[in-house]
Design a protein around this ligand. Structure first.
Ligand code: ZN
Length: 117
């Protein structure tokens, strides 16, 4: 399969809005479903299918409605991989910390209190 073109992305987007599921769309374009969602709604950092698969097997990521979601390793809730929900982390392949924003803020506040004692 050749590289995905802008035309392909428009088609994928139309099929998704039509109610077709990501797996079926992926089959049509011969790409994994995690790539389909990322072509339609580009994330900050593209997550390669191999990384998505290995994380998905461990239950730390999943496909959401319009994005890939990852699980906070502290509160165990799933949130879209986007800066509204996660602090940046350059060392992580998805570009964000392993703890969600709320958990990270808790951690920083607790640490601050600890230091004040
Ligand atoms: Zn959390």
């Amino acid at each position: 399969m050749d590289a995905i073109t802008q035309h392909d992305v428009s088609l994928m987007s139309a099929l998704l809005l039509d109610g077709m599921d990501l797996d079926t769309i992926g089959d049509k374009f011969e790409i994994p479903p995690s790539d389909v969602i990322q072509h339609i709604y580009p994330p900050k950092q593209f997550i390669p299918a191999s990384l998505f698969e290995s994380r998905s097997r461990r239950g730390t990521v999943r496909l959401g409605e319009d994005c890939i979601e990852k699980r906070c390793s502290r509160c165990r809730q799933f949130f879209p991989i986007a800066s509204e929900f996660w602090h940046n982390c350059r060392n992580n392949p998805d570009g964000f910390l392993g703890w969600c924003r709320a958990c990270e803020i808790d951690r920083v506040n607790a640490r601050r209190k600890e230091l004040k004692k």
